[in-house]
Design a protein around this ligand. Structure first.
Ligand SMILES: [Mg+2]
Length: 284
């Protein structure tokens, strides 16, 4: 892809970057692709630290547990606290606590890592006996028997939650990775029901939860991601500055839908690093 100069769209006030105190980073396509860390990522994080800007990682991909992410990021040289990894599972837990306070026992279509995180949040993950609700995530361990079981409980009218809407997980391999949304589409064909709630990106609640937890206002946060219809749409709906990086899925030509339009397009994290650094020298 040829290098093009950074576009600041829709009259973005460069001074707005000066008030940024926290960066929320999508992971796949933003800090790495597949298992390959981008060359710009570690210098970017080092500059955030130098400038006193905090960060969290935010991902819809809950095929791994939070502990798995902390470990794999550590292997890439990124040392994070567990609380810096925010996942669609967390958003689903928040939805359950807020809207379904009676739910304790859940039937889960998800990996053992996802189940571990749900158990850590205080829910009982059941396999055979009755359940209070069905939760579907990115189940890379999907098997037919549990699919049938989930469909049965959904057909029985139990609360039905999807952790995120993604249809596929991005990959550079010669395959297609059906994600949570595709599994829910299968269940809809079988049961006639769509999920009652879909929690992860682009639902702004997950980003608002980060801001509440860290005591941040929308004007102090920038959301960086590579997907227009999830990362950028969520940023817009949460009133947060959205920076679209071209290191993953989106291309510059795709920036058309007004509801999802990013405030800023960057070729990579190195460009945002330079912008944040230069914003520090703009007089207020
Ligand atoms: Mg991504």
């Amino acid at each position: 892809m040829p290098k093009v100069s950074t576009n600041l769209l829709f009259g973005l006030d460069k001074g707005r970057l000066k008030s940024v105190r926290h960066v929320v980073l999508d992971m796949d396509g933003t800090i790495y692709l597949g298992g390959r860390l981008f060359a710009e990522t570690l210098p970017f994080l080092a500059t955030l630290k130098e400038l006193g800007i905090g960060w969290d990682f935010l991902t819809n991909n809950n095929s791994k547990s939070r502990a798995d992410y902390v470990e794999s990021l550590g292997q890439m040289g990124i040392v994070v606290e567990a609380e810096q990894v925010v996942m669609s599972t967390d958003a689903c837990v928040a939805t359950l606590r807020r809207d379904y306070p009676e739910v304790r026992r859940i039937f889960v279509l998800g990996t053992s890592g996802m189940k571990k995180d749900l158990e850590g949040a205080g829910f009982e993950v059941v396999s055979e006996d009755g359940c209070d609700a069905v939760v579907v995530g990115y189940d890379t361990s999907l098997n037919y028997e549990s699919l049938c079981r989930a469909a049965y409980w959904i057909g029985q009218g139990k609360p039905y939650l999807a952790t995120h809407p993604d249809l596929v997980c991005p990959t550079e391999m010669k395959t297609i990775l059906p994600d949570c949304g595709a599994i829910c589409a299968l269940l809809e064909s079988a049961t006639g029901r769509k999920p009652d709630q879909v929690s992860g990106k682009p639902n702004p609640a997950i980003l608002e939860a980060v801001m509440n937890r860290r005591g941040l206002t929308a004007g102090e946060v920038v959301m960086v991601g590579d997907r227009i219809y999830t990362d950028m749409r969520m940023a817009r709906e949460a009133g947060v500055l959205g920076a679209l990086t071209l290191t993953g899925e989106a291309t510059r030509d795709e920036v058309t839908a007004p509801a999802s339009t990013p405030d800023l397009i960057i070729n990579d994290l190195g460009e945002l690093e330079a912008l944040l650094r230069s914003s520090r020298s703009i007089p207020l």
